[in-house]
Design a protein around this ligand. Structure first.
Ligand code: ADP
Ligand code: ADP
Length: 229
């Protein structure tokens, strides 16, 4: 479930300046496709369009064959989970932040998600565990810990589609590797769109699309793109 198809998608924020110049690609259900390219190429715009923060000017975007314009904002949000570059947490408890998206989830489910996201160790060190507040007046979480909370939230929400938008790019190398292994678990068997600027972070993707100035410059597997040079 959650197959994504972009067909001849054109989009500009400003009519004078096209951002996406007719791009087509598919993410088959359960597969992972990565979009890589230099800053300003239009990568994040693709995820915003899938979410329908903006409407495209030409072409179509479908999920399981249904045009996103015919899907309610509410069901789009239920279908898509996002781990952004810098997760902003609510100034509330760890548990509240994990439950965001599924407020009625039980404690056992929250703990299971926390375990998979490998955040149990740091939660055990907090004075009130899951009930410790994060944010301004509470605990200061590191970038890696915040990403783990975002991952636990996504595991709990269990959306058919996952968007990882530079999810590890703000982290140091060691933390990046740890978070990457948690993300690999979440994206397994889930339709996943990865946005990254380095090829080295998307080795496992089923397809890699290289975007340059709003156009698909190259596409292939990691090994294939390396062989081409
Ligand atoms: P990438 O993710 O590849 O760095 P983006 O999709 O964020 O690229 O941006 C592509 C281009 O669109 C950039 O030139 C950027 O300045 C421009 N852009 C992004 N968001 C907006 C916006 N809200 N209004 C106008 N221009 C924007
Ligand atoms: P959603 O539709 O799930 O709210 P968004 O694209 O609005 O997704 O946000 C991206 C991510 O940031 C999601 O994981 C969402 O739960 C989280 N998020 C959105 N707004 C806030 C906020 N004000 N504070 C903390 N997290 C937020």
């Amino acid at each position: 479930k959650g197959a994504i198809a972009f067909k001849d998608v054109r989009f500009s924020y400003d009519p004078e300046r096209p951002i996406l110049k007719g791009i087509s690609f598919e993410v088959p259900a359960g597969k992972t496709v990565a979009i890589v390219g230099p800053s300003g190429a239009g990568k994040s715009t693709i995820s915003r369009l899938l979410y329908r923060f903006y409407d495209i000017q030409d072409g179509s975007i479908t999920i399981d064959g249904q045009d996103v314009r015919d899907v309610t904002q509410r069901s789009l949000r239920a279908a898509i989970g996002m781990v952004p570059q810098d997760t902003v947490l609510f100034n509330d408890t760890v548990a509240y932040n994990i439950r965001y998206g599924r407020p009625n989830a039980g404690d056992a489910e929250v703990q299971k998600a926390a375990e998979i996201a490998q955040i149990d160790t740091f939660i055990k060190q907090l004075p009130d565990g899951y009930e410790t507040r994060v944010g301004e007046r509470g605990l200061k979480l590191s970038g890696g810990e915040k990403q783990r909370v975002a991952i636990a939230r996504t595991i709990l929400k269990a959306p058919p589609i996952l968007i990882l938008d530079e999810a590890t790019s703000a982290l140091d190398t060691t933390t990046e590797h740890e978070i990457q292994s948690a993300l690999d678990k979440v994206s397994e068997n889930r339709t996943t769109l990865v946005i990254a600027h380095r090829l080295s972070t998307v080795i496992g993707a089923d397809e890699i699309i290289v975007l340059r100035a709003g156009e698909i410059a190259e596409r292939g597997t990691h090994a294939g793109l390396l062989a081409e040079g």
